[in-house]
Design a protein around this ligand. Structure first.
Ligand code: F6R
Length: 607
């Protein structure tokens, strides 16, 4: 979603603002802008579309100010036009904003009644006018911001610069993340440490409700109640090199190919590979005495959680309830105190997942998060964190974060099974040995890329695609459909294969590709019957299976992809690679913006 940067520099900052914004591109955006003080007065350059358009504007009309703010906007209120692009400004203040100001309509009405003239449809513009209104009543910039913030409702991060104040930058955080960077005679704000990495590795994260007044000498941080507070400075690990695509055409391709390595790292963190045992960090609750697990997440992370549910229930005989976070947060689930609530999130900033976490914490749950960004809000608000070691995921469509989430959930489920006595030591060794083999099998799956690429050329002509699977292949079917629709814009649906007869079979005709994920397992025959039903109606079957599955399928397929035999526990890892490759190559054929698909954001910090 929107990205924020701000620099109080010693030299002109416009170029560096854009450089930092480029590092936030992965969050998704549809317009961008910067504001600096030129001769003490606010000057802005903004552009629709990609950052190169902003670059061109700055080239034509350079900005030379040494204090400035920048923004990539993912439209919520108002179309993604130049007029609605941030920074928004009055003659007194310029502001950049990530999140949603929920009470913007009321504020706008009262400000308009007081004579303020609005020029955009955005919720953000009210912040500029609200602060201006406070300044018009005689307040200095800092007091004006302090007076304005409590009047705003919603979740947001903000950055401000002020006309006539060349040594002042203010940042505020409620809900959406904001980091402060400490340089040598320079100070920075940014949505994350990755944006600031070229300038500094000394970072402090604002807590919820904090706001910070920056000068070139440092920062004074206030909490929501207005008390001065200290937030620890940490050394960020974010690389100052722009994470690059290596020799791949897209970040998504690179991230798909990285999976054997990063899943291997993640497994090595949780498993004692020499002895085929699980080795979890110490958890602040007793897994053995748990009665219930609640998992909550969004999108792809939700599907990882759904596969986790199958594992927890099978290995640890622990009942698991799983919810889409946007539902969980409002459905008022009764939670018996002492239960375990697990939150799965790549970014660790997803608004619905965070709200669900807070609900569970208020209801006495032990909070465990599986996150890829260990400094994220979700990680910081959890009682225990099990990081995925996927490294920065830049492609908007999640790939390596998903399989690393599987690695963590599988390790946890096996550990739970051991602690609860539902798995023997021999079972543990068998399961761990299987997990250790997963990266190698993912590498095998990558070898099928040329055939998948060929299939993608056909698939790109389809209007609708159906994905089917049973057991842990059912969440994979959902994930396959999500991946395809989000990057190729082809309509796709995932179904439990057993559900076919209950509705979706009506869609089957000779134009409909049906992708069946069916490793040969104890329920393969059931899926084979479903394939018969599809074949009988002329549907085009594309089968992902193994040698035995290919032999026993009993139907003619348009294409069959054969993976090596593998233990059932690790099929989601290897088969995930195939569905990712298929979505990726179909999108490439379609010519879409694979890494930044339309309308999508990497980190969904609004509801
Ligand atoms: C799909 C995708 C999204 C995210 C979802 C949750 O490819 O990336 O569905 O999985 O927005 O995001 P995180 O994991 O950051 O909470």
């Amino acid at each position: 979603m929107c990205g924020i940067v701000g620099i109080l520099g010693r030299e002109p900052v416009a170029e560096r603002l854009v450089e930092a914004l480029k590092r936030l591109e992965y969050r998704g955006y549809d317009s961008a802008g910067v504001a600096t003080l030129e001769g003490g007065h606010i000057a802005r350059r903004r552009a629709e579309g990609k950052l190169r358009n902003l670059d061109l504007k700055l080239h034509a009309e350079p900005l030379n100010g040494t204090v400035g703010i920048g923004h990539t906007r993912w439209a919520t209120h108002g179309a993604p036009t130049e007029r609605n692009a941030h920074p928004h400004a009055t003659e007194k203040v310029a502001v950049v904003h990530n999140g949603i100001i929920e009470n913007f309509r009321e504020l706008r009405h009262s400000l308009e009644a007081a004579g303020h003239v609005f020029r955009t449809e955005t919720d953000t513009e009210v912040v500029a006018h609200l602060v201006t209104d406070e300044m018009n009543s005689g307040k200095a910039p800092i007091e004006a911001v302090a007076a304005a913030l409590p009047k705003l409702k919603g979740a947001f991060a903000l950055g401000f610069v002020f006309d006539g104040a060349p040594d002042l930058l203010i940042g505020a955080r409620r809900g959406s993340p904001l980091a402060i960077g400490y340089g040598d005679g320079e100070m920075y704000i940014g949505s994350d440490a990755l944006a600031l990495a070229p300038f500094t590795d000394r970072i402090a994260y604002l807590d919820d409700g904090d706001w910070a007044v920056l000068s070139r000498n440092g920062a004074e941080i206030h909490d929501a109640a207005g008390h001065k507070v200290e937030r620890p400075q940490i050394r960020s690990q974010a690389s100052s090199f722009l994470v690059d695509k290596g020799n791949h055409r897209h970040f998504m391709a690179k991230e798909i190919h990285e999976q054997p390595e990063v899943v291997g790292h993640t497994l090595a963190y949780y498993l004692d590979m020499a002895n085929d045992r699980v080795r979890l960090p110490k958890l602040p609750f007793d897994i053995a005495s748990l009665k219930h697990v609640a998992i909550s997440a969004c999108g792809t992370a939700f599907y990882a959680g759904l596969i986790g549910k199958y594992w927890f229930e099978r290995f640890a005989r622990l009942p698991v309830e799983i919810d889409i976070a946007s539902e969980f947060r409002y459905r008022e689930a009764p939670l018996e105190p002492g239960g375990l609530a697990v939150f799965v999130s790549q970014s660790g900033e997803t608004a619905d997942t965070l709200a669900s976490l807070r609900y569970a914490a208020q209801h006495g749950q032990n909070i465990l998060s599986v996150v890829n960004v260990p400094t994220s809000t979700i990680a910081r608000e959890s009682h225990a964190v099990m990081p995925t070691l996927a490294g920065p995921e830049i492609g908007v469509a999640s790939t390596k974060a998903f399989t690393c989430q599987l690695a963590v959930l599988a390790s946890l489920a096996v550990a739970a099974g051991r602690a609860r006595g539902t798995l023997s030591e021999v079972d543990e060794q068998r399961l761990v040995a299987a997990l250790v083999a997963a990266p190698g099998l993912m590498a095998e799956a990558l070898k099928l890329e040329p055939q998948i690429e060929a299939l993608a050329r056909n698939l790109s002509k389809a209007k609708d695609v159906l994905y089917l699977g049973r057991g842990t292949s059912y969440p994979l079917a959902l994930e396959g459909a999500l991946k395809l629709k989000e990057i190729s814009y082809i309509h796709a649906e995932g179904y439990a294969a057993g559900e076919l007869k209950h509705g979706p079979i009506a869609l089957i005709d000779e134009t409909m590709p049906v992708i069946v994920i069916a490793p040969y397992d104890r329920i393969f025959e059931k899926t084979a019957s479903n394939m018969q039903e599809v074949a009988a109606r002329g549907g085009r079957i594309i089968l992902f299976t193994d040698a035995k599955g290919a032999e026993e399928a009993g139907v003619e397929t348009e294409a069959t992809f054969v993976l090596p035999d593998m233990p059932a526990t690790i099929t989601p890892f290897a088969y995930a690679v195939l569905i990712q490759l298929l979505a990726y190559h179909t999108a490439v054929v379609m010519g879409t913006d694979v890494d930044q698909p339309r309308n999508l954001a990497k980190s969904v910090t609004v509801e």
